[in-house]
Design a protein around this ligand. Structure first.
Ligand SMILES: Cc1cc2nc3c(=O)[nH]c(=O)nc-3n(C[C@H](O)[C@H](O)[C@H](O)COP(=O)(O)OP(=O)(O)OC[C@H]3O[C@@H](n4cnc5c(N)ncnc54)[C@H](O)[C@@H]3O)c2cc1C
Length: 457
């Protein structure tokens, strides 16, 4: 049996940084990876998809080229080149993570599938490792729901989409949320016919209705077909392609395409970890139950990243690492509940979100003020010819602190940080109004927009 000060399972967005902290502190650490170094974000998530978003944007602008004075008659999309560019971006990070771990003193890198043998031992490649501290950073994978016909047709998920170097003629995407919508716009811009099939009454059901609606309009203008209220989805083979049945109630409406992508949520990689042998508790969906400092119910075992169900983003996983490391090495008792919700949807233009949604504010019973402003009135957006979207900000009527914001529009993923940082500072929104912002930017409109706050209804 090999002994270490710490064992880390998974090289996602928390594990490698935590390994570095242990190693720098002179502690021995073993880090175990069964797949590709860097996990989902690097190999099948953020990095490759945002690289594809960039290709899709270039193609979109080229298509609109005449508006900007670009005189090209004809162009074509080279999917082999698109994929090669994406692969290079992923490979850069994947190699970077592996090299940095392998070059770390005090750090032992093991490739293989890790399973708990007990609360302080892990088996990998028939070898038993022991440590007083064990950190689980195993992430998740695409969910495959038991819908009728699912085993009869080939389907794609976010991982197999990474192998595509051709243009699907008609891509049907089951799931109208963050992952599905990014792929929808990407492939529409590449030139596929795209249909999004969503069970709920609107896209990205977690967002406010007006934001959902604006996102829908952005996609529909580009020709993405959207089928909502698909209450009972079924799959079957049809003419060399796939037929997706949309409802059980209204007879046979169906959409027939060449390929189907499942984007209906994520499942944590926890069922094959031997958690029962360690006594680690999970919830009914398989997420590891972790407290505010990410300790599980078993002393000496922590859960970080997507597998704890407390976040579903690269930045939440990295923030988990910061929380654990600061508690451990800096005597700084940071907690998950200290963080403010923030994320982006990377359609173009992007949606940057921070804090509470309208529904959450309503539920909280607070007295609030709100403002909504169309991107079409923002001169930077107009100058760029990218005027779709809106800016929405809500503030607490008493404290004047910002409660939440949605910035759907050019630069929305960046601009939202102006408000996010003010929220972390617990400063009133009036601070933004005293700042001199750079012209011409989207951010310079925030003071003007905040001057229009009205009672929230
Ligand atoms: C298509 C897509 C796009 C996304 N885009 C964004 C985005 O733009 N921004 C954003 O913030 N987030 C995005 N995400 C989410 C983001 O990728 C994840 O939230 C993030 O990668 C989670 O990281 P993690 O640290 O939890 O684990 P992961 O990155 O999932 O890594 C877990 C690692 O653990 C390994 N592992 C699992 N089980 C074992 C085992 N038993 N033994 C050994 N190793 C094991 C896995 O092989 C994997 O490498 C996207 C996700 C998808 C699917």
């Amino acid at each position: 049996m090999k002994h270490f000060d710490a064992i880390i399972i998974g090289t996602g967005q928390a594990g490698p940084s935590l390994a570095a902290r242990f190693a720098e502190a002179g502690k021995t650490v073993a880090i175990i990876e069964r797949g590709k170094f860097g996990g989902t974000c690097v190999n099948t998530g953020c990095i490759p998809t945002k690289t594809l978003v960039a290709s899709a944007y270039a193609i979109h602008v080229a298509r609109r080229g005449a508006e900007y004075g670009l005189a090209i008659r004809d162009f074509s999309v080279d999917m082999t080149r698109v994929k090669a560019r994406k692969d290079a971006a992923s490979a850069r990070s994947n190699k970077g993570v592996e090299q940095s771990l392998r070059g770390m003193a005090n750090c032992t890198v093991i490739q293989g599938h890790a399973r708990f043998q007990s609360s302080n031992t892990v088996v990998v490649n028939d070898e038993v490792l022991e440590a007083e501290k064990i950190y689980i950073n195993v992430g998740g994978r695409a969910s495959v729901p038991e819908m009728p016909g699912i085993h009869d047709v080939p389907f794609l998920d976010n991982s197999s989409m990474m192998d595509i170097d051709f243009l699907p003629e008609h891509l049907i995407i089951v799931g109208g949320s963050y992952v599905g919508l990014e792929f929808a716009q990407i492939y529409r811009r590449f030139g596929s016919e795209v249909t999004v099939v969503e069970m709920g009454p609107r896209l990205i059901g977690r967002e406010d209705e007006d934001v959902s609606q604006a996102v829908r309009e952005i996609l529909e203008v580009e020709g993405v077909n959207i089928r909502l209220n698909a209450k009972c989805i079924s799959l079957s083979k049809r003419d060399g392609g796939v037929a997706v049945g949309l409802t059980c109630e209204e007879g046979p409406p169906e959409v027939v395409g060449t390929h189907v992508l499942l984007a209906v949520g994520r499942t944590p990689n926890t069922s094959d970890l031997g958690l029962d042998r360690a006594g680690v508790a999970t919830d009914h969906r398989g997420y590891i139950v972790a407290d505010d400092q990410l300790q599980t119910n078993v002393p000496g075992i922590w859960a970080l990243g997507d597998c704890n169900g407390r976040g579903a983003f690269t930045h939440t996983s990295y923030n988990d690492y910061e929380i654990v490391a600061d508690n451990l090495f800096n005597d700084d008792h940071r907690r998950v509940s200290d963080r403010i919700q923030a994320y982006a949807l990377y359609i173009d233009p992007p949606l940057g979100r921070c804090g509470m949604t309208d529904a959450e504010i309503r539920k909280s019973g607070r007295r609030a003020l709100a403002v909504k402003y169309p991107m079409s009135k923002v001169s930077r957006a107009y100058e760029k010819g990218e005027t779709q979207g809106l800016i929405k900000i809500c503030v607490d009527a008493e404290t004047k602190q910002i409660l939440g914001a949605a910035i759907l529009g050019v630069g929305g993923d960046e601009v939202v940080h102006v408000l996010l940082d003010i929220m972390y500072a617990k400063a009133p929104y009036t601070v933004v109004q005293r700042a001199m912002h750079i012209h011409p930017t989207v951010s310079e409109y925030l003071p003007t927009i905040l001057a229009k706050l009205e009672p929230f209804v």
